[in-house]
Design a protein around this ligand. Structure first.
Ligand code: HEM
Length: 415
C-alpha cells in the first residue's frame, strides 16, 4: 500500500500524542516536502477503522475540494476517523453530495450572503462590547471561556433565535460533541456524545422549531421552518439537522481563530503595535490568523473510484484527509510560513479550498473576527499572557481550551 519514506512510513498523523500542543507542524513540514500524500496505516483508539491518506500541500487539497465526483463527502463522512456516527454526518448538508447537497445549500446560502451579514455588524459589535464590559474592574481572565465563547454563542444564538440564558448550555453540549476526544470537554468520549450531548441537542432543536412553527419570528429558525425548496417544505429532520449544523459551526469555529490570533499578537508585540497604530490592518490580521490557525485542522473525503493524487494511487473507498493546518504553512506559497505577519494578507484554505462545500459562514466569521480584534485591541491594548495556554485534545478542532491573560489598563474607546 504505502510508498512513503523510511521513518515516515510508520507515522500515524492523527495520533493524539503528536497533538498535545496543537498541530504537529514539524511533521507537517516533512510531509509537505518528503511525502505530500501520506498513508497512515491504522488509527489509534479506532482499531476498526482502515487507514487514511494525509494530504498536506495546498494544490492537492484544492484538487480534492473541486472534484466531488471523485472525492465524496457522503460515502465516509467528513472527518479523519468516524467519531461522529456516519448517519448523523450524512443527514447534514456538510456530509452530502449532489443532488441532496444542492437542494439544501441553496436555501441556506440566501441567509449568509456578505450583504446580509454586513447588516449585522452593529449587533455583533454590541455583543462584543457587552461581553468585554463584563470584565470591567478585573485584572485577568480566560480569553477562551470568558470572551470568545460567550461572543460566538450569542452571535449564532441571536441568528437562530436561541434565548441568551441558554447560550452556556448550548456551548457546553456543542463543545462536548465536537471535541469528543478531550476528556475535559467530553468526559466519557463517544459515550458522552451519543448518550448525552446529541440527544439533548436534538431535543433543544426540536423544541425551538416547534415554537417557531407556531409563532414565527425573524430568526433563521423561522426561515427554515417556513422555507420551500422547489415548491416543497423541508421535512422535520432536514430542519433539525440544518439547525444543528449551524449551531455547531457557529459555536465552535471563530473562537478558535480569535484566541490563537490574540495569543500571536501578545507573543509578537511589534505586530500588535502595527494594528494599534493602523487599525485598517486588522482585516489582514484576520486573514493571517486564519492561515496560521485555521479553526478546523482538517476535513476529509472518501474516494469513489481508483484515482491518482500527487503521484500516489488512491483506491476506491479510501479516505483522504485535507490538513488545512498544514497547507496554510506551505513554504512554497508563503515565505517564512511560521512567521506571524499582519501585513501579509494571504490567500488560505481555512474555509476550505473552494468547491461546493466551501464554508457557508465565511462572511460571518470574518466579520466576527474583525470586530473581536478591533474591540479587544481598543479596550486592552497592553493585554499579556498570564500563563501557559492549553489545547483542546483533538485532531479536528484546532482550538485553545484556555488562554489566561492579564488585561492591562482598560480603555473604553472604540478603534
Ligand atoms: C473561523 C471560522 C470558520 C472556519 C475556519 C470554517 C471552516 C469551514 C470549512 C473548512 C468548511 C468546509 C468543510 C468541508 O470541506 O467538508 C466549512 C463548511 C461549513 N461552514 Fe464553516 N468555518 C467557520 C465559521 C463558520 C460559521 C460562523 C458558520 C455558520 C454559522 C459556518 C458554517 C459552515 C457550514 C454550514 C459549512 C458546510 C458547507 C457545505 O457543506 O456546503 N462556518 N467551514
Amino acid at each position: 500500500m504505502s510508498t512513503t519514506r523510511d521513518d515516515l512510513d510508520d507515522v500515524l498523523v492523527s495520533d493524539l500524542e503528536l497533538w498535545r500542543e496543537g498541530p504537529p507542524h514539524h511533521l507537517f513540514r516533512r510531509l509537505r516536502s518528503e511525502c505530500p500524500v501520506h498513508w497512515s496505516a491504522t488509527i489509534p483508539d479506532y482499531p476498526g477503522e482502515a487507514g487514511y491518506w494525509s494530504v498536506t500541500r495546498p494544490e492537492d487539497i484544492h484538487a480534492i475540494s473541486r472534484d466531488w465526483r471523485t472525492y465524496s463527502s457522503e460515502l465516509g463522512g467528513v472527518t479523519s476517523v468516524g467519531v461522529f456516527p456516519l448517519e448523523l454526518i450524512r443527514s447534514m448538508f456538510i456530509g452530502m453530495d449532489p443532488p441532496r447537497h444542492d437542494r439544501l445549500k441553496v436555501l441556506f446560502q440566501a441567509g449568509f450572503t456578505p450583504r446580509r451579514i454586513a447588516a449585522h455588524e452593529p449587533a455583533i459589535r454590541g455583543i462584543v462590547v457587552e461581553v468585554l464590559d463584563r470584565l470591567e474592574g478585573r485584572e485577568s481572565c480566560d480569553l477562551v471561556t470568558e470572551v470568545a465563547q460567550p461572543v460566538v454563542s450569542r452571535v449564532i444564538g441571536s441568528f437562530m433565535g436561541v434565548p441568551s440564558e441558554d447560550d452556556a448550555e448550548w456551548a457546553r453540549l456543542m463543545n462536548a460533541a465536537l471535541a469528543v476526544g478531550d476528556p475535559d470537554m467530553s468526559p466519557r468520549g463517544v459515550d458522552t456524545l451519543l448518550e448525552d450531548s446529541i440527544p439533548q441537542l436534538f431535543e433543544r432543536c426540536r423544541q425551538l422549531i416547534a415554537a417557531r412553527r407556531e409563532r414565527p419570528t425573524d430568526d433563521l429558525t423561522s426561515v427554515l421552518v417556513h422555507a420551500e425548496v422547489e415548491g416543497e417544505r423541508l421535512d422535520e429532520q432536514e430542519i433539525v439537522m440544518g439547525f444543528f449544523l449551524l449551531m455547531a459551526a457557529g459555536n465552535d469555529s471563530t473562537k478558535a481563530t480569535y484566541c490563537s490570533g490574540m495569543r500571536a499578537l501578545m507573543e509578537h508585540p511589534e505586530q500588535r503595535q502595527l494594528l494599534l497604530e493602523d487599525p485598517s490592518l486588522i482585516p489582514r490580521a484576520v486573514e493571517e490568523s486564519l492561515r496560521m490557525f485555521p479553526a478546523f485542522a482538517h476535513f476529509a473525503r472518501t474516494a469513489t473510484r481508483d484515482t491518482e493524487l500527487g503521484g500516489q494511487t488512491i483506491r476506491q473507498g479510501e479516505k483522504v484527509v485535507m490538513w488545512y493546518a498544514a497547507s496554510g504553512r506551505d513554504e512554497a506559497r508563503y515565505p517564512e510560513p511560521d512567521r506571524f505577519d499582519v501585513r501579509r494578507n494571504p490567500d488560505h484554505q481555512a474555509f476550505g479550498a473552494g468547491g461546493r462545500h466551501f464554508c457557508l459562514g465565511t462572511a460571518l466569521a470574518r466579520l466576527e473576527l474583525r470586530v473581536l480584534f478591533e474591540e479587544s485591541l481598543a479596550r486592552y491594548p497592553s493585554m499579556e499572557l498570564a500563563g501557559e495556554p492549553t489545547w483542546v485534545v483533538s485532531t479536528f478542532v484546532n482550538q485553545l481550551k484556555t488562554l489566561p491573560v492579564r488585561l492591562g489598563a482598560g480603555r473604553r474607546a472604540v478603534v
